[in-house]
Design a protein around this ligand. Structure first.
Ligand code: MN
Length: 331
């Protein structure tokens, strides 16, 4: 059964080469999600289990709701100067975050599952068909003989459940379920984990969701949906950036919608867009037009303009892409 979890000899060699080193900083992407945190916590623990020094680093604070993944730590600031720089779940160097941009061109090893990975690291292990970076690590641990204990099982489960939307998205394969079965067999409380990751929310978050629903606009006979959030709205609702994760799922939920976007203003003066597709229309390619990337059905990008022009630009782009998609699929 495990034989279906294929790691190429070259990938195994890169991973083993990494494991032979010491004094690691494991960088995960800004606005950390369950995959970044879960795979990060797992890799750091596995390295420490081998007697190595390793720290998990993120430019942004860990959202309260996900802090159980980092055993309560919310501040993942870099301490000291590491010998080995690793990035996990980071498709482009910019996603390391402005705070640690000095390390963006110094990444020794990158482990990822985004097919848009720009291969910015000295050594890259990318498995584009893997559901999550957690799944990539699971395969690498197996290939390198790292035994999965309860702790690693819980972190890797958090990673995979997070990036599959609790095993609902189209990146779920039989191999994902087999891996999950193996992880859960360590005695994980999956109901508790999934409640933390998918259900628990602050009252501020619920009010944000309602605002995002209120601001949702539909185009192209309801096939295209877009919503947005300004900093003003966030302040008015007493919400902060850690409350905004996954809000794109609100326009995406609408029954007629095939292409959706959620746009928000960030406190660093940027505008960030999340894109989702429910068909073969590749949103990573749309995100790439704006310097972003991701997966075919889930992608993101930053727009360096004010929010109202960003919203207008994105509406125009999505409508155009939708029409092109329909034209190419008719007749
Ligand atoms: Mn991921």
């Amino acid at each position: 059964m495990m034989k279906t979890f294929r790691v190429s000899p070259a990938q195994r060699d890169i991973f083993n080469k990494m494991l032979a080193l010491d004094d690691f900083a494991v960088f995960i992407h800004r606005s950390p999600d369950g995959d970044a945190l879960g795979s990060g916590a797992a890799l750091v623990k596995a390295l420490r289990g081998m007697g190595k020094t390793a720290q998990l680093v993120c430019s942004d604070e860990v959202p309260d709701r996900l802090a159980f993944i980092t055993d309560g730590s919310r501040d993942l600031s870099l301490r000291g100067e590491p010998s080995v720089v690793v990035s996990l779940d980071v498709a482009t160097p910019a996603l390391i975050g402005d705070r640690y941009s000095a390390y963006a061109d110094k990444v020794d090893f990158c482990i990822d599952h985004h097919y848009t990975n720009t291969m910015y690291a000295a050594h890259t292990i990318v498995m584009p068909r893997a559901s999550s970076t957690g799944e990539v690590l699971y395969r690498l641990f197996f290939a390198s003989g790292i035994e999965i204990d309860n702790y690693l099982a819980e972190k890797l489960y958090c990673a995979v459940t997070s990036d599959t939307g609790c095993f609902r998205y189209n990146n779920v394969t039989p191999a994902v379920h087999r891996m999950a079965a193996d992880l859960v067999s360590h005695g994980l409380d999956t109901a508790w984990i999934n409640r933390r990751i998918f259900e628990m929310a602050s009252i501020e978050r619920l009010r944000l969701e309602s605002r995002v629903a209120e601001l949702t606009q539909l185009y192209e006979n309801g096939r295209v949906a877009l919503s947005y959030l300004t900093l003003e709205d966030m302040h008015a609702l007493k919400a902060d950036e850690t409350d905004t994760d996954g809000l794109v799922s609100i326009p995406r939920r609408i029954d007629s919608v095939m292409l959706s976007a959620f746009i928000r203003q960030t406190s660093d003066g940027q505008v960030r867009a999340s894109l989702r597709s429910e068909c073969d229309l590749n949103v990573a390619e749309i995100a790439a037009k704006f310097g972003g990337g991701g997966h075919a059905r889930a992608a993101g990008c930053s727009l360096g303009t004010d929010i109202s022009s960003a919203v207008d630009t994105m509406i125009d782009t999505l409508r155009l892409e939708w029409r092109k998609y329909v034209d190419s699929h008719s007749g």
